[in-house]
Design a protein around this ligand. Structure first.
Ligand SMILES: Nc1ncnc2c1ncn2[C@@H]1O[C@H](COP(=O)(O)OP(=O)(O)OP(=O)(O)O)[C@@H](O)[C@H]1O
Length: 269
């Protein structure tokens, strides 16, 4: 299977005055074309830092070593302009909190149009058509009204679905979704997850899906990477790893998830 993104011996450390801390020890993995790689691990295991390091989104207090190769381009060696282009066109990130991705001062329509004009080099008229289509594709009701709203007038779930719509319109080769349901209310979590399943089925894209929720990762990913304290403790095809986990930590995550599900079933009878 064709590999689209290769991460080799990634190491990340952080320096705050005289305090030095290793965050990612030495991890390697690949994202295969048209597959979804789930990265699972408890809070603080290094999932977000790994993805930010890949996209050069960490500030100067972090030191990043190793190789990140996207279609033969070495991202950690590429100049800032090239990286910015890649972030817009090749790799898109869907963040934990969609509220932070939107500017509170402008209506959704203006922000969507600006993003499309900047990244797709199209006219205002075309950008408006695309904005409407992006919301329609997400099955968002009354899309014309939604476009007129300010971010604070919409729920976290709605904003995240709009974010997904924007991302899909840009047609990146890779989508990185970092805990995309964290800021979404319980009622809308299902809808956002359904959108991710639809992306997998319908679009020609490869995806990294990060979550501390093993259930969500199991539902969406083809391959899985289990992280603990900045290291990869297990990797492989998701169904295979979940059926026959080798690492004690994977077993622990599976049992924790099972205990939660059992409790839920007891509560709802
Ligand atoms: N800005 C920062 N400065 C210093 N250390 C940081 C910073 N951001 C994260 N870290 C540290 O890096 C480690 C990994 O954090 P990271 O955010 O990648 O974890 P995570 O697995 O994504 O957790 P979560 O599920 O809570 O988002 C943690 O020990 C965290 O304290």
């Amino acid at each position: 299977m064709e590999e689209i993104l290769k991460v080799n011996h990634l190491k990340v450390s952080h320096r705050d005055h005289k305090v030095f801390k290793n965050i990612i020890w030495d991890i390697s993995f690949t994202l295969k074309k048209n597959r979804c790689l789930g990265i699972v691990g408890e809070s603080g295991s290094g999932k977000s830092i790994t993805c930010k390091a890949i996209l050069d989104l960490l500030d100067k207090s972090f030191d990043v070593k190793g190789e990140v190769i996207l279609n033969d381009i070495h991202l950690l060696k590429a100049d800032k302009r090239k990286i910015r282009q890649i972030r817009g066109k090749e790799i898109s990130m869907i963040l934990q909190n969609p509220m932070t991705a939107f500017d509170p001062l402008y209506p959704i329509q203006e922000q969507m149009m600006e993003t499309f004009i900047e990244n797709l080099d199209i006219s205002k008229k075309e950008a408006l058509v695309l904005s409407l289509k992006a919301l329609e594709d997400m099955n968002i009701l009354c899309p014309k009204d939604v476009l007129k709203k300010y971010p604070y007038q919409l729920s976290g779930g709605m904003l995240q679905r709009i974010m997904i719509g924007i991302t899909l319109t840009l047609k990146p080769s890779i989508i990185i979704a970092d805990e995309p349901t964290t800021a979404v209310d319980a009622i809308n979590v299902g809808k956002v997850m359904e959108e991710f399943e639809r992306i997998k089925e319908t679009y020609d894209t490869s995806m990294i899906f990060i979550s501390h929720d093993l259930g969500a990762v199991a539902r969406i990913s083809d391959d899985i990477l289990v992280m603990k304290e900045g290291e990869v403790v297990e990797e492989g095809e998701t169904q295979c790893v979940l059926r026959t986990p080798k690492s004690e930590h994977t077993k622990y995550l599976i049992n924790t998830r099972k205990a939660l599900t059992d409790k839920f079933h007891r509560v709802i009878g």
